[in-house]
Design a protein around this ligand. Structure first.
Ligand SMILES: Cc1ncc(COP(=O)(O)O)c(C=O)c1O
Length: 396
């Protein structure tokens, strides 16, 4: 054997199927430009720009001082599972008990673990496109078949239930829903969710309902498929602390599911993380049962910024943007610019100093769109609008 190839890295084949989240790559590129002295406005990353509420930080510090620094149960501390069960029972209007709750480090592991537990090679999983890129990445990674359901701009990025029905086969194991939605800001109406439930009522298909933005809704009320009659047993509800309480770096989320599945997800936790950090879970109880005014404040701020930013985008040549009903993203259609999404996102970063994401970072149906996060100050959002406007006037 030749010396130079003796220790060649021999990766498992499945690694070639693992995708990524482009937001982190664009962030790195933007930071590199900043190191060269360029000024960049960051509208690429999907996290609240607010600090974690003080009462939550204080609860974590207190927990550290009191010795919550050891392993805990893999499914989560009983006090947090109970608080989540009560919170979900109240917000989704269905009785949930703590043995149906699994606490994990962030919302993402619920996607990973649910797919690991349910999707065999060749099984089909239907997922929204454009959508959070981790769904497709994980489905592909496991050798299951990723079946995209297109979200339509004309209906504020809702899904067409007849199209969904047409995608269901005998191999369909799971349908992923996400509302409020990343990247479009779309919110599925009660009627749409009811129709989805109807479309699969006589099939043995589970739903992974990603509701990580459930508290960031600007019009109407959040509605979960878990609240549909008969669907509590068929839903894996994903929610967490990252977006609602500006706790992205704490890594804490949860799944709510039937107890027989919760046992398996817990075993995956035992095999991977052992448990979610104990002192953060104590702070999680405070987040849920303590003062909620910071959540209301954040939502109001995001709504103001959304209004300003979307109105501004609609004044820019070639851009047209629907009003997002939830989350903190704007997803303008840019087909009239004549540019491809990725090229335009690159040009705006390099030449206009605005970092955003190409719609194609969220799947093939994202072509023709860009995603901007409004998790930045009004001042910066206005500056970004001016810079994009100036760039388009010069280049289109
Ligand atoms: C739709 C969606 N689901 C899940 C997550 C993951 O959340 P977490 O940071 O808690 O893992 C995100 C984060 O951006 C998201 O947008």
């Amino acid at each position: 054997m030749e010396k130079s190839t003796q220790y060649e890295l021999r990766l498992a084949d499945r690694m070639a199927r693992l995708g990524t989240e482009t937001a982190f790559e664009v962030l790195n590129k933007a930071r590199a430009l900043e190191r060269q002295g360029k000024e960049i406005i960051h509208l690429e990353i999907g996290e609240p720009d607010f600090d974690t509420p003080k009462n939550v930080v204080e609860a974590a510090v207190d927990a550290l001082n009191k010795g919550w620094t050891h392993y805990g149960p893999s499914a989560g501390l009983p006090e947090l599972r109970q608080a989540i069960a009560e919170d979900v029972s109240r917000s989704r209007g269905v009785k949930v008990t703590s043995d149906e709750v699994v606490v994990v480090p962030g919302g993402k592991p619920i996607i990973f673990f649910s797919l690991l537990a349910l999707a065999d090679v060749g099984d089909e999983v239907i997922y929204p496109n454009p959508g959070f890129p981790i769904y497709e990445s994980m489905i592909d990674y496991l050798g299951a078949k990723a079946v995209p359901i297109k979200l339509h701009e004309e209906t504020d990025f809702g899904l067409d239930v007849d199209e969904l029905a047409g995608l269901i086969t005998d191999r369909t194991k799971l349908i992923i829903l996400n509302s409020p939605q990343n990247p479009t800001g779309g919110v599925l109406s009660r009627q749409q969710i009811h129709d989805v439930a109807d479309a699969i009522s006589d099939r043995n298909i589970l739903v992974l309902s990603d509701e990580i933005y459930s508290r960031l809704i600007f019009e109407g009320e959040h509605y979960s498929i878990m609240s549909e009659p008969g669907f509590k047993e068929r839903t894996i509800l994903l929610d967490g602390f990252s977006k609602t309480y500006a706790m992205t770096g704490w890594r804490m989320g949860y799944g709510v599911m039937r107890p027989d599945l919760a046992t398996h997800i817990t075993r995956l936790m035992t095999n991977s993380n052992s448990c979610t950090a104990s002192f953060t879970q104590i702070a999680g109880v405070e987040a849920l049962v303590g003062d909620q005014s910071s959540v209301d404040h954040m939502r109001a701020e995001f709504q103001t910024r959304r209004d300003v930013f979307v109105a501004g985008l609609n004044r820019i040549q070639g851009f047209s943007c629907r009003m997002p009903k939830g989350a903190f993203y704007a997803f303008p259609n840019i087909t009239q610019t004549g540019w491809k999404s990725k090229d335009l996102a690159d040009a705006l970063l390099d030449q206009a100093g605005v970092a955003c994401l190409s719609g194609t970072s969220f799947g093939k149906y994202g072509e023709g769109y860009l995603r901007f996060s409004v998790a930045n100050s009004l001042e910066n959002l206005n500056k970004a609008l001016q810079q994009i406007d100036r760039w388009t006037k010069k280049n289109l």
